[in-house]
Design a protein around this ligand. Structure first.
Ligand SMILES: [Zn+2]
Length: 353
């Protein structure tokens, strides 16, 4: 049966061409979180002190292992004191074991990235200069870590908000630089390679060249980068920030492109606070090409995914039975409607700036 315009987004599944899986769109179009007002955005500013003597990330404070943080200003990075991956991880190369009992080393490095010395800030509220310095730190860290022989993948990310289990409110992110290429990265590499083979062009650059991404699925753009909601969004207000020109990783961005990336990222962080009328929790992921010597890394397009775990200001998105069991995510908001809400919120945060 043909589908009318009003039914679009209900009871349909959309193909995720990077993850090679279906996403279930179960839109409830009358249930929008946006109500047109920006009331509450100013009230959502974090009221914690600028320096907390008990915070192990604040400048000049002593961490639990006895290390004293420098009296830093702006971004500051150090090796995680509680790392899941380590350069000192034991190796198991000589083990003669069954494939049913296989194991390997957790070689790698975990880093902590403080965005700023100010305990009370977030990436939405630091200065533009500080945000650009954060992006420069992302680039420097990637460039340094990917040169280490044992490191095959560098995942820079931020978990923001108590809702997703962040124990320390100091504005910070992390890096897991691992000695193997993880499942999602392997899928992304395979999909992008297959696309190039068939179309002789970049999957993500072809995607943003489609008219939908200049229209219903676009949130905002500047000279070097664009922010969109993918047609196949897995999470209600998932946003992808993509450089408009080919770049396998953040290390390949020019200074001007890096500043544009930082600016658009910060505007999106502010946009989420306006959309949800509160300090929005968020998971941000920087998808750089793996840094092993795999020839297909050259087909990769760097991008950032911002993934707030909210479906409404006071409602978290849970991965419950069906999703946990199948890995096919149910998105309760039609991506075109989410993009329209984010465009309005984006304009509102620009007006507040
Ligand atoms: Zn702090």
């Amino acid at each position: 049966m043909a589908v009318s315009q009003s039914q679009q987004g209900n009871w349909e599944r959309r193909w995720h061409p990077l993850l090679s899986q279906w996403v279930i769109i179960a839109a409830t179009t009358g249930n929008r979180p946006w109500n047109g007002a920006v009331v509450g955005a100013a009230e959502s500013i974090n009221k914690t002190p600028q320096h907390d003597p008990s915070c192990y990330l604040c400048p000049s404070n002593t961490r639990s292992n006895g290390t004293v943080n420098p009296d830093y200003l702006g971004p500051f990075a150090f090796d995680n004191d509680y790392a899941s991956f380590s350069p000192e991880a034991p190796t198991f190369e000589d083990e003669d074991s069954s494939p049913l009992m296989r194991r390997d080393s957790n070689l790698g490095r975990c880093r902590v990235l403080c965005w700023t010395e100010d305990h009370s800030k977030t990436l939405a509220s630091i200065s533009q200069e500080n945000m650009r310095a954060v992006a420069k730190l992302w680039q420097d860290e990637y460039n340094t870590l990917c040169k280490e022989t044992d490191i095959k993948q560098v995942l820079i990310f931020e978990n923001k908000g108590q809702e997703i289990g962040v124990s320390n409110p100091h504005p910070h992110g992390q890096i897991y630089a691992t000695g193997f290429v993880g499942d999602t990265f392997s899928r992304l590499r395979q999909s992008q390679k297959d696309w190039v083979k068939e179309h002789d062009s970049s999957l993500l650059l072809d995607l943003i060249a489609r008219p939908e991404y200049q229209d219903t699925l676009k949130i905002a753009e500047n000279e070097h980068c664009i922010a969109i909601i993918p047609y196949f969004a897995r999470f209600a207000y998932e946003c992808w920030i993509i450089p408009k020109h080919a770049a396998q990783h953040i290390g390949q961005l020019s200074d001007a492109a890096l500043n544009d990336l930082a600016d658009l990222y910060q505007q999106m962080a502010k946009t989420y606070n306006v959309l949800f009328q509160r300090e929005s929790p968020n998971i941000s992921l920087l998808y750089n090409a793996p840094c092993d010597d795999h020839p297909e890394n050259e087909n990769w397009q760097f991008h950032i995914i911002m993934q707030p775990p909210l479906r409404e200001p006071d409602k978290l998105k849970y991965l419950a039975g069906y999703e946990s069991g199948s890995a096919n995510i149910v998105n309760p908001v039609q991506p075109e409607i989410a993009a329209a809400s984010l465009r309005k919120a984006f304009a509102a945060q620009e007006a507040l700036a």
